[in-house]
Design a binder for this molecule. Structure first.
Ligand code: NAP
Length: 313
C-alpha cells in the first residue's frame, strides 16, 4: 500500500473510527480509514444494541455499523483493508507502516478499540472453535437445546448470556464475585431469566474435552469453599474483559499501565498530530455513544490542527 500523502489516516473502523471518518470526509480532508477486518469493530459481535439513542426499539449491532459505514462512504470516505504494524515520526508528518507498505500523513486518529481477553486456563486455547468462543452472536446458534457456560460478570457477559438463552437449554454463568459488574437493567434481566443459572463466587479452572476434541465440561471451583465440581457443558463463552489493541504503538505514544492510550481533554496523545478515540483510549465509559463523540471531537481537532499548522500564512 504505497500511496501519496494524506491529511488524515484513521486506524480502526469501529464507531469511533467511522464517525471520525464521516466528519473528516465532510470537512473535505484527504482521509483514509484503515481497517484490519471488516468495519464495525466489537459492535459487530453484539446481537442487539439498546442504548444508542435514536433507535427506541434497539437495532442489531450489524445493522448499526453497516449504516455508520454507509453514511461515511456517502461522503466519500476511503476505507481500505490493511494491518498497521507501527507508526514513525518523519518531521512534521507521520509514517504509518503496514504489513504491505507504508503511508505518509499529516495526522493520525487511533481508533483500534480492544480485543477480548483470554481466561488462560487449560483447555481454552486448544478448544477455540471446538466449544470455546468469545462471540455469542457468532456461535450461539450451534448450541440449540444444549447446556453452555458463560464466564464473566460485566455488561458483555450478561448481555451475551441472555442472548444465549434463545438457543441453549441452560446457560450457566460463572462469576468470580457475588455481585455483577453489569449495569442495573442487565442485572435485573439476568436475575429473572429462568434459563440462567448463576454460580456466584466461582472460577473456571479447566475446560475438558472428549476424544473428538469437543468441549464436554468445565471444572469449576467455588471460591468460598475451595471445593471443585464438574459442570457438563457443550460450549464455553468467555467474556472476561478486554485489552486495548495498542501493541503497534509501543514507544510512539504514551500508554497507561493497562496499555490504553493516554489523551488530553481534546483527545490528543503525547505525539503531536496524533489523536486517540473510542475504547482504545484511557477513559471511564466505553460505549458506542461515547465512541462516536470521541470520533467527532478528534476529527474536528485534526481539521483545526491542519489549518493552523499547514495552511496558515
Ligand atoms: P468488563 O466490564 O471489564 O468486565 C469483565 C468481567 O470479567 C468482570 O465481571 C470481571 O470480574 C470478569 N473477569 C475479569 N477477569 C477475569 C478472570 N481472570 N476470571 C474471571 N472473571 C474475570 O468487560 P466487558 O463486560 O467486556 O465490557 C467492556 C466495556 O464495554 C465496559 O466498559 C462495558 O461497560 C462496555 N460494554 C457496554 C455494553 C452496553 O452498554 N450494552 C455492552 C458490552 C460492553 P470483576 O467484576 O470481578 O472484575
Amino acid at each position: 500500500m504505497n500511496q501519496p500523502e494524506h491529511d488524515l489516516i484513521i486506524i480502526g473502523g469501529g464507531p469511533a473510527g467511522l464517525t471520525a471518518g464521516l466528519y473528516a470526509a465532510r470537512a473535505r480532508l484527504n482521509t483514509k480509514l484503515i481497517e484490519k477486518l471488516s468495519p464495525g469493530g466489537q459492535v459487530l459481535n453484539t446481537d442487539w444494541v439498546e442504548n444508542y439513542p435514536g433507535f427506541p426499539e434497539g437495532i442489531s449491532g450489524f445493522e448499526l455499523m453497516d449504516k455508520m459505514r454507509e453514511q461515511a462512504e456517502r461522503f466519500d470516505l476511503d476505507i481500505a483493508y490493511g494491518e498497521v504494524t507501527s507508526l514513525e515520526r518523519k518531521g512534521d508528518r507521520i509514517q504509518i507502516n503496514l504489513t504491505d507498505g507504508e503511508v505518509l500523513s499529516k495526522t493520525v486518529i487511533i481508533a483500534t478499540g480492544t480485543v477480548p481477553n483470554k481466561l488462560g486456563v487449560p483447555g481454552e486455547e486448544e478448544m477455540i472453535g471446538r466449544g470455546v468462543s468469545y462471540c455469542a452472536t457468532c456461535d450461539g446458534p450451534f448450541y440449540r437445546d444444549m447446556e453452555v457456560l458463560v464466564v464473566g460478570g460485566g455488561d458483555t457477559a450478561v448481555e451475551e448470556a441472555i442472548f444465549l438463552t434463545r438457543f441453549a437449554s441452560t446457560v450457566h454463568l460463572c462469576h468470580r464475585r457475588d455481585e455483577l459488574r453489569a449495569t442495573g437493567i442487565l442485572r435485573e434481566r439476568i436475575l429473572s431469566e429462568p434459563k440462567v443459572k448463576i454460580h456466584w463466587s466461582t472460577a473456571v479452572n479447566e475446560i475438558e474435552a472428549d476424544s473428538n476434541n469437543q468441549v464436554t465440561a468445565a471444572v469449576i471451583k467455588d471460591l468460598k469453599t475451595d471445593k471443585t465440581f464438574k459442570q457438563p457443558v457443550h460450549g464455553v463463552f468467555l467474556f472476561v474483559g478486554t485489552t486495548p489493541a495498542t501493541d503497534f504503538l509501543t514507544g510512539f505514544v504514551e500508554l497507561n499501565d493497562r496499555g490504553f492510550v493516554k489523551t488530553d481533554l481534546e483527545l490528543a496523545t503525547s505525539q503531536p498530530g496524533v489523536w486517540a478515540t473510542g475504547d482504545v483510549r484511557s477513559k471511564y465509559l466505553r460505549q458506542i455513544a461515547t465512541a462516536v463523540g470521541d470520533g467527532a471531537t478528534a476529527a474536528y481537532n485534526v481539521e483545526k490542527y491542519i489549518q493552523e499548522k499547514f495552511h496558515s500564512p
